[in-house]
Design a protein. Sequence first.
Length: 127
Amino acid sequence: MATTLLLTACSVEQAEESVEPEPDAAFVTANGSPAGVYEVSAADGTVSIVTLYADGTYSQITPEGTNAAQGTLQVVDGKTCFRVQSPGAEPLCYTESALYEDGTYMATPDGGEPLTVRPMRAGPEAG
């Protein structure tokens, strides 16, 4: 549940000083992870499945297939930030570790516990 709550609360305000991506550029996270499907696990064993799309959007589902959240992605100040499609949602940004050999990495939200992020399969191709 912690993972779902953390990612469901995710959002990011558009930063004035941010640089807009090239129209044909595929989104990558702050640590260079590509679009794709990731299993996100909290230390308590809670798991969700997050899909990062090449167009800079994401969706999150529970392992049972329940849609938990969706929104947009942006890299701000070296962190990957999620913006839930919900009025008044506050930004949630993650500091990411370097990638391990298998593509797994740790993502730590500001003021929160680290999450383990593992790639599940190849993601959507860039537009």
